[in-house]
Design a protein. Structure first.
Length: 256
């Protein structure tokens, strides 16, 4: 039995104890029968022997572009930001797929299971939020402009994040393959009251992680700030069975 502290083998998966916390065009076209672009987060470890199957299945779906979604990989053992996100989700098993901020959670690392969950989420009722993002390199740093438009007649309280991803990650999975779309940092992470008009966010992200032009993705999403208690697909350990979810209303991204 492999037991690299603080990680432990359990139930044919890894259980993890989280100790902590030039302008390019976006590359997805929304399907007519989808209400929004889905956000997908994959919890993983570089040492997990089961994670490569989940990573490969998700990347295949992404390349096929049958469903409008973006994804990021949360590499818990390499990224403090990813680990903090894992703590929020109370994730103790990997690979684990969180769809639309926890609307659905999938513990079966297959293309079919991932497809079914993402497709179901793509048709759920959401707040009518439109988003558009642009980014450009300014020297070694990134200038980001995000437009958020509330198309509804009433205000919405949203949790907005702008994520910095490394497209082909410096980190490798257990098979020796480079992980894709690894979460590296948040350029913006805050709560906004979106009135029925356009809101603009401009920010400069300081690139102290040595990310490279042509291998960077800036991904933004807005989720409903009102929390919902959701169930993880396990009962043991009991303290991680539930987590606070914030369902995603819209996502957008740009590759630079």
């Amino acid at each position: 039995m492999i037991n690299p502290s603080p990680f432990t083998f359990m139930l044919n998966k890894f259980v993890i104890i989280l100790i902590l916390g030039s302008i390019s065009q976006s590359f997805f076209i929304l399907n007519d029968d989808s209400t929004h672009t889905v956000l997908v987060e994959l919890g993983s470890l570089t040492t997990c022997p089961y994670c490569p199957a989940g990573i490969e299945a998700l990347q295949e779906l992404y390349e096929e572009q049958e469903i409008p979604f973006y994804y990021m990989t949360l590499v818990y053992d390499k990224s403090d930001v990813a680990m903090q996100r894992g703590r929020w989700l109370n994730d103790v098993y990997v690979p684990m797929l969180y769809v639309d901020g926890g609307y659905l959670v999938v513990d079966e690392a297959t293309k079919e299971a991932y497809y079914d969950a993402i497709e179901k989420a793509s048709k759920r009722e959401v707040n009518d939020i439109d988003m558009n993002i642009s980014a450009e390199w300014i020297g070694n740093d990134i200038k980001i402009t995000l437009y958020i438009h509330n198309e509804d007649s009433s205000p919405h309280f949203e949790h907005v994040k702008i994520c910095i991803l490394e497209k082909v990650s410096r980190w490798k999975d257990a098979k020796g393959e480079n992980i894709r779309y690894a979460l590296m940092d948040y350029a913006f992470n805050g709560y906004l009251i979106l009135k029925p008009r356009e809101r603009k966010i401009e920010i400069k992200w300081n690139n102290d992680m040595d990310l490279k032009e042509g291998n960077t993705v800036v991904l933004a999403y807005a989720s409903q700030a009102t929390p919902k208690l959701q169930k993880n697909p396990w009962n043991d350990p009991w303290w991680s069975s539930y987590f606070i979810a914030q369902f995603v209303d819209e996502a957008c991204a740009v590759e630079i």
